[in-house]
Design a protein around this ligand. Sequence first.
Ligand SMILES: [Zn+2]
Length: 224
Amino acid sequence: MGNEIEYRQQTESTTGSSCGCRGFPRRALAATAAEPKGLYLPASLEGTPRYPMNVITHSLLPVTARQCVELRAEKLPDYKQQLYAWAAIGLFGSLPDILNPHISLGARYNSYSHVWPCTLTVVAICCLYGFLRRKNDTAVVALWCALAYVLHVVGDIVSGGLDFFCTGQAIGDWWIIPELWPVLDLFFVIAFVLLHRRIRKRHGLEPSIVRVIRRRFYGRPDVP
Ligand SMILES: [Zn+2]
């Protein structure tokens, strides 16, 4: 299933102009060293320094979406089941980057876990698991895991692009600029904490995890 194409840094584009990129080299897609097929990056990337994104938003976006859905339901699942479900969904939200860790955008374009065959395989396995366990609560969680993987791919498409169809042409662009990722990370961390507090309240538990830890270790929950 591997994407055998190779992205190689080059000093000149296929149009013959020199690469004037700052901080991020222009890359070309080539089937072989002798057969460059053309520029690959979305146009807006050229000449722009960019930074690798981390996995916080990838993980917490589907988790917070799941928390919102759970809060809208009349009855919450068992709290421990919720925690396991969030962990699984968060893991699948980062799975493309875990399966094939990378730093540069060029490496992401060449990543087997960010193309349709791998995405389809993961989604199919999750759906099959959901079907086989359809009488179990974990069936729905498996579908959320599939959604989390797809959201990761979509997130990468709107933030730099992907060679999702293995065609040698990126789809997507910097519609979400990398400079925004830390803001999104912070937003989703805060959203997760606040939603978690509401869920614990609905369960009749102490909303603050910090207080729980204090109580456990110091026996004084309200010490400032
Ligand atoms: Zn990724």
